[in-house]
Design a protein around this ligand. Sequence first.
Ligand SMILES: NC(=O)c1ccc[n+]([C@@H]2O[C@H](COP(=O)([O-])OP(=O)(O)OC[C@H]3O[C@@H](n4cnc5c(N)ncnc54)[C@H](OP(=O)(O)O)[C@@H]3O)[C@@H](O)[C@H]2O)c1
Length: 271
Amino acid sequence: MKFADQVVWITGATSGIGEACARGFASEGARLVLSSRRPDELERVRRSCRNPERHLTLPLDLTRTAEFPALVASVLDRTGRIDVLVNNGGVSQRARAMDADEAVERLIMEVDYFGPVSLSKAVLPSMLARQSGHIVVVSSVMGYIGTPGRSSYAAAKHALHGYFDSLRAEVWREGIKVTLVCPGYVRTAISTHALGPRGEQHGRTDGTHVSGIAPEVCARALIRGVARGAREVHVGGWEVAGIYLQRFVPWLLARIVRRMKFSVHNEPASR
Ligand SMILES: NC(=O)c1ccc[n+]([C@@H]2O[C@H](COP(=O)([O-])OP(=O)(O)OC[C@H]3O[C@@H](n4cnc5c(N)ncnc54)[C@H](OP(=O)(O)O)[C@@H]3O)[C@@H](O)[C@H]2O)c1
């Protein structure tokens, strides 16, 4: 068991990748703290994990960062330490840049960027005191490339790389590891929950996600990456090649991306 008795705190644990990570880490012996906004769903996931009595649920909204220090204190009271924080909770976008309300763009940055940054900063003092800990951040292929209809989402995911690469360079001497995970398309409810131009939910599963990899495959890659202390984990189908095209032949990627069919809210699905 790779994570026997380690305390692993997962955000976005009620659905998709976070739910699969919860079951995966529990199978590896971890004691979980499961967080997101919906308490009933957190309970459902807790009960579905191995040794459910060892795990806690802790409702949390990623936009309410002022509450994080008190939430961290309550976790430390109950568990004594946090070994791994998996910043997974997030929301995607289905809107053209010109149509998106600024309030919605800000909300996406709050959930996808400031939420993980704030929670990590609230957890870090206890990790630094122990000279041990692991911060995991679920970014995306969109952390490297920007595609149509996802401007704010891609911006938030790019921002995570800048922030957490800097943080990694600051804290490695203190025994803290930072892993960024970049999935391609995963078969979850992400497109259903994605926000349209006025913040309305997209409400349908796009074809790219119907044919994406299973969340369990993504969770297994994440857990393996965390176990070996990887700097980054790239997981998914052909679309993961976008990361390497961006790095080595950016002009070619730009040509591919501008021809992409894409889905935005309230327009017929194009793929
Ligand atoms: N699916 C993909 O293709 C894909 C690809 C690359 C990266 N990702 C990333 O993977 C992560 C998980 O996404 P998923 O695919 O599993 O999507 P999902 O099924 O929609 O799950 C999103 C999770 O985030 C939580 N969440 C959303 N807004 C929140 C908020 N304001 N406060 C707290 N929790 C919130 C949701 O829980 P509640 O509703 O209970 O709060 C849910 O548990 C995200 O960071 C996403 O960007 C996904």
